[in-house]
Design a protein around this ligand. Structure first.
Ligand code: ZN
Length: 91
């Protein structure tokens, strides 16, 4: 009986951590519930998946291109202090 408790409680604790981590990262309510249940029920699959995806999401938030130059309106993909097309200084 003990192994059953352990195999339910430990994933539940990890799922709880995943849910609070996802909330801090601004995931939607549905996404948080989905990750919570996924990690709880299929820990071995969803935990590594979450750890990969949460970092990808962070990169997006920090701003991965492409960006639009406010002066000439062209797209640029490399983070650069000057527009590669018109040479204006970018923020
Ligand atoms: Zn430009």
């Amino acid at each position: 009986m003990e192994w059953l408790i352990v195999s339910l409680i430990i994933p539940l604790l990890i799922a709880g951590w995943v849910a609070s981590d996802a909330r801090r990262r601004g995931f939607s309510r549905n996404a948080i519930i989905g990750w919570f249940l996924g990690v709880w029920l299929i820990l071995i699959v969803f935990l590594p998946l979450y750890l990969i995806l949460r970092n990808r999401r962070k990169e997006e938030k920090e701003g991965k291109g492409p960006w639009v130059c406010p002066y000439c309106g062209r797209l640029y993909t490399e983070k650069t202090p000057f527009c590669p097309y018109c040479g204006h200084k970018l923020e």
